[in-house]
Design a protein around this ligand. Structure first.
Ligand SMILES: [Zn+2]
Ligand SMILES: [Zn+2]
Length: 365
């Protein structure tokens, strides 16, 4: 974005783009405005001068403006947000005093929570992002949508947690209460995240592609075309997780046998990864000595690995072939053949590669 076309009344005072002087336009009225950046060009160290009228307008919102300075990516985007915040303030002053009270109350609540926890606020004060850093240094964000009935009405909360997050709220509550409830929930999940991060760092995770804090399942590569999917209980992460093997019968039958023979060896004082390797009597391939491509074999029909969220799950049972296919690709392929047979939700056909008989179960949608 070009400064001169975007903000025409602000004139550059030097060649380096560090000093601008002139006016900014708030609802068709011009206010004197000057901004100087340090030689580092860091917006957060900018110095702003403005006329008395503008100072009065932004008086209540100095902290929010400082916050925007830290977050905006460019000077133009900062000045546009500055204009928007000030315009909102002018509108509020000209119209309804209840809206003004709402804004002031919210600013007071942010103040009492602590500005350092505020990551983001939109110019019309309806969306806030608050952050919490846990002992391990993982940063957790709670996003709040705040209605004009706040604080009588609870904010809508959006979090990335493996647990359901319902806030307890009454008209006397404020941001501190919701933040505290968020921190309690984050702390409850620490052990869950620690155990999963051990798996994430030391194995190849085929699914999810990028595990989020709320993801309770992991699909761990065991060999080419074979994997183990585990689903971990966030409140009891040390117990044996739900396990599902994916791959050809030849490859996974011994793993199933080993698991049932060794199930008594599960030891809750050990990590998930250690326990799983002990039960299966395998060492999962690790990023230190293998590459992910060895395990992410492409679909034999569409030649890609990931299709939306689907990865090739159906594997030909002939060990010499062991070609993998996306379930949906294989169903489409088999259905198009003249000798396709279907019984209830199972389709019978032959492997497109080696002709060996294959069955595919259709997952009910
Ligand atoms: Zn495919
Ligand atoms: Zn085959």
């Amino acid at each position: 974005m070009d400064m001169l076309t975007e903000i025409p009344y602000l004139i550059p005072q030097d060649v380096n783009g560090l000093h601008y002087n002139g006016f900014i336009n708030i609802h068709s009225e011009l206010y004197v405005f000057e901004i100087r950046l340090p030689t580092s060009k860091k917006l957060c160290d900018a110095v702003i001068n403005c006329d008395f009228k503008l100072q009065k307008l932004i008086g209540n919102f100095k902290d929010i403006i400082l916050q925007r300075l830290k977050q905006c990516e460019s000077l133009v985007s900062f000045i546009k947000e500055f204009q928007m915040i000030t315009e909102t303030q002018v509108e509020v002053m000209n119209t309804d005093s209840s809206e003004m009270k709402y804004c002031q109350k919210l600013v007071d609540h942010i103040e009492s929570l602590g500005w350092e926890k505020l990551m983001y606020i939109d110019p019309i004060f309806t969306q806030l992002h608050l952050s919490y850093c846990d002992q391990i240094g993982r940063n957790h964000i709670i996003k709040l949508n705040i209605g004009s009935e706040y604080p009588e009405e609870a904010p809508n909360c959006f979090v990335e947690l493996p647990l359901k997050f319902d806030i307890h709220w009454n008209a006397k509550c404020d941001l501190k209460h919701v933040y505290k409830q968020f921190v309690v929930s984050v702390e409850q999940c620490q052990q869950f995240w620690n155990l999963l991060s051990d798996i994430d760092c030391n194995t190849w995770i085929l699914e999810p592609e990028k595990p989020t804090f709320s993801a309770t399942h992991r699909r761990i590569a065991i060999g080419s075309g074979n994997s183990l999917q585990i689903t971990v209980d966030p409140l009891n992460p040390r117990i044996l997780p739900e396990c599902k093997f994916l791959g050809s019968d030849q490859a996974i039958a011994p793993l199933r046998r080993s698991m049932s023979a060794n199930i008594h060896l599960w030891d809750e004082s050990k990590g998930l990864l250690e326990n799983l390797q002990l039960l299966l009597n395998v060492k999962f391939p690790s990023p230190t000595n293998t590459s992910k491509e060895e395990f992410s074999t492409e679909c034999g029909i569409c030649y890609s690995y990931r299709m939306d969220t689907e990865i090739p799950d159906e594997v030909c049972n002939d060990a010499r072939c062991a070609q993998a296919f996306h379930t949906s690709c294989l169903i489409e392929w088999l259905r198009a053949l003249p000798n396709c047979r279907q019984s209830f939700n199972t389709i019978f056909g032959n492997c497109p590669y080696c002709e060996k008989a294959m069955t595919v179960k259709m997952v009910s949608q």
